[in-house]
Design a protein around this ligand. Sequence first.
Ligand SMILES: [Zn+2]
Length: 102
Amino acid sequence: MNATTTSSCLPVQITDRRRSGLLVIEWSDGASSVLHHGRLRQQCRCAACTQRRRSGQAPAAPAALADIRPVADKGLNLVFADGHDRGIYPWAYLRELGDERA
Ligand SMILES: [Zn+2]
């Protein structure tokens, strides 16, 4: 492992395109991730949402992003319009979600 591997997962710019419901993250290696707000809500990894998925219940309804709070240099705490604010999204997870073709 070297420093390049680590820095490839750091964002250089985060843009919330609210009108289109997209969160766009540009990474230090030149890649960019386009993430749908509703999908981010459904992919929340907090304890409650994880439990819900594990128990086979339907995922939470998609919701728009209401706020974005940085979590030190680790990632983002996303707050959704349905009031859900427990989800922490580490950079690596956001990158992974962006790499998938929805
Ligand atoms: Zn959650």
